[in-house]
Design a protein around this ligand. Structure first.
Ligand code: 4AD
Ligand code: MG
Length: 427
């Protein structure tokens, strides 16, 4: 008989089934052994009676042993997923040693044992949501005629402020840096493909031990020829709304395991609210928080402002001076840049950053020099403004930030299978 997944067995409801997986829980009584078996799809309770020819094997099974089971499935209200299999044949593929992870272990211990904890129902659910997020991003852009074009990972210079947040690597007899963002290469490439996106790893040596920062994370980036800030923010809200609706459609069971409120997520539909940076400061002032104009918003302030909203917020026109060198001045108000961030709800912070791109080589050079950055490294990039320069714009979405928010995670580390942070690059 062919093996089916646990979920397929549950769907079948009655009759003979063959499943395989791992022992998730076991309870041994005098005359029967209860096994909860898990596979990637779900869990199901199985019962082995003492007259089974493999009764001795069943009694030796520890958690995470791998087994093949054949038997009758039937409804049982007491079982964790409502059905039970009466085991006729049991084949132990591997008797597991005593599993080191038991209940109530510290976050650090679980991170040390990540190669085993990845099997947990929680992380399994998160990784399924993450997979949907990746697919939704692909679907969204392909449907709109975009080309996927991943970036180089070794780069000669940073794009996001460079310096201390760059990971330096030995590159033969030279030194290179791991990419912080695909953007500069994307800007060069729109002259060929016009509409491009990628989902790629990014690396930032950020010395912050927050629940929102990873040293290696995945960013979905998009760059579009001829597009202005207005079109850009519309695209960003449509993308996020699409991702959320796809996750609801494909992962409602996972969201339930993770304790996420699906009804709340259903409301995440376009249009999203929009405020300028200056309007945000005014709103915060009413909340009793005074920020001098020109200072970047800190996470506490982002969290405070989000208490007023039930959809992600698009904040536009941040002060030019605190933005990356490629974000252009607003011609109507040169103190602000034509840029935006999207802030998620409930303290999950900035999920997207994007902007129109400066077309003036002179302005960009002036800005880089002011921040004492080396303009020589960007000469190739300035070339893109010399041959048929056009208006264009793009943004980057932090995949793990979005996954954290959708999965209601306490820490971004659980939004990626093997997290790398300032303090950890193992296992
Ligand atoms: O706002 P950022 O720095 O924007 C850029 O890198 C642009 N070049 C993107 C572009 O326009 N093509 O990063 C974009 C997003 C942030 O909004 C955040 O969600 C995420 O990437 N992000 C991080 N996620 C996890 N850990 C980190 N250390 C992150 N840094 C940024
Ligand atoms: Mg940003």
């Amino acid at each position: 008989m062919e093996f089916i997944s646990v979920q397929e067995a549950l769907n079948k409801k009655k009759g003979k089934v063959a499943i395989r997986g791992w022992v998730y829980r076991e309870r041994k009584l005098k005359d029967k052994v209860f096994l909860v078996i898990r596979d990637s799809s779900n869990v199901i309770q199985c019962i082995v009676n003492s007259n089974n020819t493999k009764w001795n094997d069943a009694n030796k099974l520890l958690i995470e042993s791998s087994v093949e089971i054949f038997g009758d499935i039937y409804k049982d209200k007491r079982a964790p997923t409502g059905y039970e299999i009466k085991v006729e044949k049991l084949n132990v593929v591997h008797f597991a040693e005593k599993f080191p992870i038991t209940e109530d272990q510290s976050q650090e211990f679980l991170l040390d044992k990540r190669h085993l904890w990845i099997r947990s129902r929680k992380l399994t659910a998160v990784m399924k949501v993450r997979s949907t997020v990746f697919r939704a991003i692909d679907d969204f852009f392909f449907k709109q005629g975009y080309y996927e074009m991943p970036p180089p990972i070794f780069t000669p210079a940073g794009s996001e402020g460079g310096g201390p947040t760059l990971f330096e690597v030995k590159y033969f007899n030279d030194k290179a840096y791991l990419t912080q963002s695909w953007q500069l290469y994307a800007e060069a490439s729109i002259f060929s493909l016009e509409k491009i996106f990628c989902i790629s790893p990014c690396f930032r040596a950020e010395r912050s031990k927050t629940s929102r920062h990873l040293a290696e994370f995945w960013m979905a980036e998009v760059e579009t020829a001829w597009q202005d800030l207005d079109g850009l923010t519309k695209q960003a809200e449509e993308l996020v709304s699409f991702i959320v609706q796809e996750v609801i459609k494909n992962n409602s069971g996972d969201l339930k395991i993770l304790g996420q409120d699906i009804e709340k997520l259903k409301k995440i539909k376009v249009p999203f609210p929009r405020l300028t940076y200056t309007e945000v400061l005014k709103m915060l002032k009413k909340d009793g928080i005074k920020i001098p104009w020109g200072k970047d918003l800190r996470t506490v302030e982002e969290d405070k402002i989000m208490e007023h909203f039930d959809k992600p917020l698009i904040v536009t026109h941040y002060p030019k001076d605190i933005m990356a060198f490629y974000k252009p001045k607003d011609p109507k108000n040169p103190k602000v840049a034509l840029c935006f961030d999207m802030l998620a709800l409930e303290g999950y912070g900035e999920i997207i950053g994007g902007s129109e791109r400066d077309l003036s080589i002179e302005e960009m050079k002036k800005f880089l020099k002011k921040k004492s950055d080396n303009t020589k490294n960007y000469e190739w990039y300035f070339d893109t403004r010399k041959y048929g320069s056009i208006p264009h714009s793009g943004f980057g979405l932090g995949v793990e930030r979005v996954v954290s928010w959708l999965c209601k995670l306490d820490n971004i580390k659980d939004a990626i299978p093997f997290p790398r942070t300032m303090l950890r690059f193992k296992p």
